[in-house]
Design a binder for this molecule. Structure first.
Ligand SMILES: CC(=O)N[C@H]1[C@@H](OP(=O)(O)O)O[C@H](CO)[C@@H](O)[C@@H]1O
Length: 496
């Protein structure tokens, strides 16, 4: 254990002596906890971090503007996609994806270290129950899709296979996530194929580069952003684990999209066939200020400009036909080869840009009272997962349909978009469409078939409540024999 003297030297050398100012008031137990936390900080790194946070905070607005000035949209012909490609190419890519899955070469990696501040729940977002008839949480839906895609690949290719599930958590989410998985018997996945690891935390600092104390014996820490992935892969020897299992391709995604297609064979197959080392799924942006990053080029290199750093005027630009110029919305679904990740881990992870988020960070004042600030007082530095695209030798983008693949849970109910209500609706609307496509007939409360006109309603609640277990259908397939020409009453739940 670090001694008080060592901690003092460490903090003094990083210009952070104030961190110990409440030391005389702490109990023996509180001191131990504090020293335990401080022992994890490395002085040189700490100094660099605090300095660069303060510098970056001074520089941010101009920096974003400079990048925006060098942005260009990606050429439409560069983007592959569900609407853009012919049926036989789509089939070809999907078969390729299934074949790679069947050979145990594909894994999924979930980014689940975030605190879900906007959603406002004190537990990991993946544990959220959005109010589906089945009561399934986001984690359960994802686990069941993994089980189903494994089964589909095994059936199609005649060999039993596994899609390992890597889950990057943080200090906030690791314990509850582990507990939740155990309580739910790993959703019937083999626990040895679910690998949880933790990303690093870094201190939040004030505008002068001084570490913020959250309590008298606790530094305000925050996860290092989803780009902390690359460091965490090294810290936790995850790439070695992938090598042992023979995994070559990785589908990385963030936890909050209820429609996520885990290990999507079409996307994987597309990327593999194109010889890509790195890829991103995109959707057409819904409106100029939609909070999604934009896939574009900066100085000719593929890049995602994050919504928080985009000039609002640029987001409003339109082509003469009315379409947004920067239309390729990032849905945080990425493809990487293991070789590419290895190269990033070895050569580039230190070069990843630090993005600055100015936040309200709770702190202790001079008298030792805990204060919840009313205006931003601190800087959290974050790395972004997509900032490695610039190192790619062959980057591809693949456009998918929003109504089929993107509905994220970001905000609490009451907000206009991306709430438990909107994501529940998106899933139920998709399942309703699948059932209707499979020629099911929904009956209204008077036992009359719901008319086709009614069926086509896109906004709001679907005309009937229909939920289909991912264990029955991964993406709408195989439903005709189960639902074709059946009369169904709402709410209808199709379980395995
Ligand atoms: C750093 C990062 O990955 N940001 C992503 C991520 O942002 P959030 O701030 O987590 O909502 O998810 C968005 C899609 O839901 C995507 O558009 C954006 O680019």
């Amino acid at each position: 254990m670090l001694s008080y003297e060592d901690a003092k030297v460490k903090l003094d050398s990083a210009g952070q002596s104030h961190v110990l100012r409440f030391w005389p008031e702490l109990s023996a137990e509180e001191r131990d906890v504090f020293l335990g936390e401080l022992s994890q900080l490395e002085p040189a790194e700490l100094l660099r971090h605090c300095r660069s946070a303060a510098e970056a905070a001074r520089r941010t607005p101009g920096d974003g503007d400079r990048l925006c000035a060098r942005m260009e949209p990606v050429e439409p012909e560069f983007i592959g996609g569900v609407k853009r490609s012919d049926a036989s190419s789509l089939q070809d890519w999907e078969e390729e994806g299934f074949s790679q899955i069947a050979q145990n070469k594909v894994a999924v990696l979930l980014l689940a270290g975030g605190q879900g501040t906007r959603l406002g729940v004190p537990y990991p977002k993946g544990m959220y129950d959005v109010g589906l008839p089945s009561g399934k949480t986001l984690y359960r839906l994802q686990a069941e899709r993994i089980r189903k895609v494994q089964n589909l690949a095994s059936e199609k290719c005649g060999s039993k296979c596994t899609v390992p599930w890597y889950i990057m958590t943080s200090e906030f989410t690791l314990e509850p996530t582990e507990k939740f998985f155990k309580e739910n018997s790993y959703f019937d996945l083999d626990p040895s194929n679910v690998v949880m690891f933790e990303q690093r935390m870094i201190p939040a600092v004030d505008f002068d580069g001084k570490i913020i104390l959250e309590k008298k014996n606790k530094i305000a820490m925050a996860p290092d952003g989803n780009g902390g992935l690359y460091r965490a892969l090294v810290d936790n020897k995850v790439l070695e684990d992938m090598e042992r299992r023979g995994v070559q391709y990785l589908h990385v995604y963030c936890v909050d999209n209820i429609l996520v297609k885990l290990a999507d064979p079409l996307f994987i197959g597309f990327c593999v066939k194109k010889g890509a080392d790195c890829g991103a799924k995109v959707v057409e942006k819904a409106y100029p200020s939609e909070p999604v990053g934009v896939v574009c080029r900066v100085d000719g290199v593929y890049h995602v400009m994050e919504y928080s750093e985009l000039d609002p005027e640029i987001t409003k630009q339109r082509h003469p036909g009315g379409e947004l110029v920067y239309n390729a919305g990032n849905i945080c679904n990425h493809f990487f080869t293991r070789d590419f990740l290895l190269e990033v881990a070895l050569n580039y992870q230190d070069q990843l840009k630090q993005h600055v988020a100015i936040k309200k960070v709770p702190f202790v004042d001079e008298e030792g009272n805990c204060v919840k600030p009313t205006k931003p007082n601190g800087i959290k530095m974050e790395k972004f997962v997509f900032d490695v695209f610039q190192f790619s030798k062959k980057f591809v983008a693949f456009e998918v349909l929003r109504e089929d693949e993107f509905s994220p849970l970001k905000n609490a109910d009451g907000a206009p978009v991306d709430t438990p209500t909107t994501v529940r609706r998106s899933l139920l609307a998709q399942h309703y469409r699948w059932a209707v496509q499979a020629k099911a007939v929904f009956l209204d409360e008077h036992d009359n078939p719901i008319t086709s006109e009614y069926r086509q309603a896109q906004d709001g609640e679907p005309p009937a409540v229909c939920e289909i277990s991912p264990l029955v259908s991964y993406f709408g397939e195989g439903l005709e024999k189960l639902l074709g020409h059946r009369n169904l009453k709402s709410p209808f739940l199709l379980n395995d």
